[in-house]
Design a protein around this ligand. Structure first.
Ligand code: COS
Length: 382
């Protein structure tokens, strides 16, 4: 059983403890799922997470009531990740793909939230491009204003849920100014003519992922999310909320690795005694525990700060993501080491965690970008 004492920390209210307990029970009865067909698995997970009410936390209500509670998002991601990485992915994408609608959407656009919260529609966040993943201000997709429409042309890649999403939150250059001040966000339904899934991308921990091509994609002017020229700030505001939750997912992976390792070192004998009696093994366990607790403190500090009304938590969220993902990698690597041959055996839980954690140090702002964000906040307050 993973350590649950962190739930007593003052960052949380009773409703968070009830949420964590309820979801833990749900996970025990429903996870893990079969990953053989990741598209089918994700659709099924979204449907079940919706039916059982967990997706209500992923977005605000369609009538504009409520707000994103980052502590709830983090607790859900941490818990799901501890049981099944694909379940965490399915939940997270419903939040990331609708984040711009929760924060900036019009009444009409927010009607999608009724379906995403019920698990009846899947969403995706389409920001990265072949030549701009980290450098968002230089993205190349264009959206040209044409009467009461915009026409989108360009490419998006590394789009999670690409191929199975019902709509995409797409960022494009509308040209109000150079660089970051000339981007806008659009809600583009998947069946819009001219939007093609050009390629499905296979990665080391499989999940739905695609490269999309937009050729003369017409959307009504009302598809613009927020104001023209606000796209960069919308993207950064969404990432400010969801970056802490990536840290939370990494924390879930790390807790599972630690839990598996504690079981292993107390049950496996070496040189006539349990592994746990070897001081070198104790050293591994101590470092793993320290990494997990430090990550948890940073993740829930960032979440609490946002929930308390801070307009921006760029520094806190970047620290949480950077530390939790990088250190989860180290925790899981130690877990593999403690499991010996079993740790590298295909299908073993720690082998799966070893593959699943890696992408979290890259997506939603690579570790290197988080260092830039932290340094800029500390030096110039930007
Ligand atoms: N909230 C609101 N506004 C923000 C913001 C935030 N979190 N972060 C930046 N801004 C504003 C800045 O204040 C600045 O506003 P002004 O033009 O009014 O001064 C504007 O946005 C541009 O910011 P900045 O100059 O910092 O932009 P850069 O081009 O230097 O980009 C990085 C900064 C690299 C940090 C940014 O592009 C980034 O986070 N990249 C990674 C993106 C990412 O996560 N990609 C993965 C895709 S999702 S899987």
């Amino acid at each position: 059983m993973a350590d649950r004492s962190f739930l007593d920390w003052p960052f949380f209210e009773d409703r968070h403890r009830a949420l964590a307990d309820g979801l833990e029970e749900w996970c025990k009865g429903n996870l893990p799922v079969d990953h053989a067909d990741v598209d089918a698995a994700c659709r099924g997970l979204v449907a079940r997470l919706g039916q059982d009410g967990w997706l209500k936390h992923s977005a605000i209500e369609p009538d504009g009531v409520g707000r994103l509670d980052v502590r709830s998002l983090c607790l859900i991601r941490e818990t799901l990740a501890r049981h099944d990485g694909l379940a965490d992915f399915a939940f997270a994408m419903q939040g990331l793909g609708t984040g711009a609608l929760s924060l900036f959407g019009s009444t009409e656009q927010r009607q999608w939230l009724a379906r995403t919260r019920a698990g009846e529609a899947l969403s995706a966040f389409a920001l990265s491009e072949p030549r701009s993943g980290s450098d968002v201000a230089n993205l190349e997709m264009i959206a040209v204003h044409d009467g009461d429409h915009y026409v989108l042309d360009g490419e998006k890649t590394w789009i999670s849920n690409g191929g199975i999403a019902d709509f995409y939150c797409v960022f494009a250059r509308t040209g109000e100014a150079d660089g970051a001040r000339g981007l806008s966000a659009f809600l583009v339904p998947a069946e819009t003519p001219g939007l093609e899934i050009a390629e499905r991308l296979e990665v080391m921990a499989p999940h739905p992922l695609a490269r999309l091509v937009f050729k003369g994609v017409h959307v009504p002017a009302s598809a613009m999310i927020g104001d023209a020229g606000q796209g960069f700030k919308i993207a950064m505001s969404v990432l400010d909320v969801f970056r802490s939750t990536v840290g939370a997912a990494a924390l879930g992976f790390a807790r599972r690795a630690l839990e598996e390792s504690l079981n292993r070192v107390q049950s496996r004998e070496l040189f006539g005694a349990p592994l746990a009696e070897l001081q070198m093994v104790q050293g591994h366990i101590a470092e793993m525990g320290l990494d997990v607790d430090a990550s948890a403190l940073l993740v829930y500090r960032a979440a609490w700060t946002k929930d308390m009304g801070a307009p921006r938590v760029s520094r806190e969220a970047a620290m949480a993501k950077l530390h939790a993902t990088d250190h989860a990698q180290e925790v899981i690597d130690r877990a593999v080491q403690l499991h010996g041959g079993d740790g590298v055996r295909s299908g073993h839980i720690v082998e799966r965690l070893y593959r699943e954690i890696r992408a979290l140090r890259i997506y939603e702002g690579a570790s290197d970008v988080q260092r830039i964000v932290i340094a800029r906040q500390m030096i110039g307050g930007n």
